[in-house]
Design a protein around this ligand. Structure first.
Ligand code: PEP
Ligand code: MN
Length: 337
């Protein structure tokens, strides 16, 4: 519930109302602007009637502000959540970069990508073993063999790993091999999958569905949180619009909106967000400027040979330039990369 005071409301009016709210067992959260004071009533507000508050002196109006999400909400958890992934913190002052190929293709390809992204400053390695492809005829990933290679690369380079899980049946297996479970855009509302990752304690990178609103993304996160896993990162990866110049339209608005509505770390994916390698670095810069807590970037040793998403994959030297530029923007905002 939010109570908007009249601009001529006195300190006594406000004090009486706060005492009343507290006597009912709620917390009163005051926001004193230049024009007027707004009081947030924090607690389980079922049973509270806005019109009863409107009867107090100095009140202009009282209204319910009920987001459908609770555990993901900043009202519930005002401080930023920081997720620790084997020594890498996500959600704090430092902005880790996750990088690697779209798909795991071979030991040579994965190890070369891991070596290059680590040398350029990436803190986590991404690579898909199970690929949710639009066409059933496209490369579907190496599956278990890919997970084994990913674990080898993780141990060889000391980089925690992010990989996608596409079926509830695979969650336990993928969790044995990887440090972060990615839920891809196409599965954002696969509720059985959300519940299954919610029952693990593994960090989850939850990607926004390409046709999903910000609220739907947060509600998907709410499933994971409600099943007992508090370690959720939200990922903006572009949405489908009428624009055809890019693969998706990267929604930079989503970054500050998610930061305002939720306490969860927000990761930006400029690779899927644009679909073109030469747009990845500019959009990565914009995401850091907008307040992203991390980036996930596709990097391939030789994008011309990639089994998936070659057109949006950076060559290692271009990725190193991205990191250097992103670092300067982070510094301007008193953050680090
Ligand atoms: C990916 O990360 O390679 C991927 C398939 O992403 P998205 O689910 O965002 O399309
Ligand atoms: Mn991809």
């Amino acid at each position: 519930m939010v109570i908007v005071m009249k601009h001529q409301a006195s300190a006594e009016d406000i004090g009486k109302l706060v005492a009343h709210i507290e006597a009912l067992g709620f917390k009163a959260h005051l926001s004193s602007g230049a024009e007027r004071t707004i009081i947030g009533v924090i607690g389980d507000e079922r049973g509270l009637e806005p019109e009863n508050f409107a009867l107090f002196d100095g009140v202009e109006r009282a209204m319910r502000v009920l987001h459908p999400f609770k555990l993901a909400s900043r009202d519930y958890h005002p401080d930023d959540t920081i997720i620790h992934i084997n020594g890498v913190a996500v959600g704090g002052k430092n902005i880790p970069i996750i990088a690697g190929p779209c798909s795991i293709e071979s030991r040579e390809q994965l190890f070369e990508a891991a070596r290059a992204v680590q040398a350029a400053g990436a803190k986590l390695l991404r690579a898909g073993a199970y690929k949710p492809r639009t066409s059933p005829y496209s490369f579907q990933g190496l599956g278990l063999k890919g997970l084994e290679l990913l674990k080898e690369a993780r141990d060889a380079y000391g980089l925690p790993t992010v990989t996608e899980v596409i079926s509830p049946n695979d969650v336990t297996l993928v969790a044995q091999y990887a440090d972060v479970l990615q839920i891809g855009a196409r599965n954002m509302q696969n509720f059985a999958l959300l519940n299954a990752v919610g029952e693990t304690q593994k960090p989850v990178l939850l990607k926004r569905g390409m046709m999903s609103t910000i609220e739907e993304l947060i509600m998907a996160a709410e499933y994971i949180l409600a099943h007992g896993n508090a370690r959720v990162m939200l990922c903006e990866r572009g949405i489908r619009t009428y624009e055809t110049a890019t693969r998706n339209t990267f929604d930079v608005n989503a970054i500050p909106v998610l930061k305002q509505l939720t306490h969860l770390p927000v990761i930006a994916d400029p690779s899927h967000g644009t679909g073109h390698w030469n747009l990845v670095t500019p959009i990565a810069r914009s995401a850091i400027a907008a307040g992203a807590d991390g980036l996930i970037v596709e990097v391939h040793p030789d994008p011309t040979q990639a089994f998936s998403d070659g057109g949006q994959s950076l060559k290692p030297e271009k990725f190193a330039q991205l990191v250097a530029q992103a670092r300067k923007i982070a510094q301007a905002l008193e953050r680090t990369i």
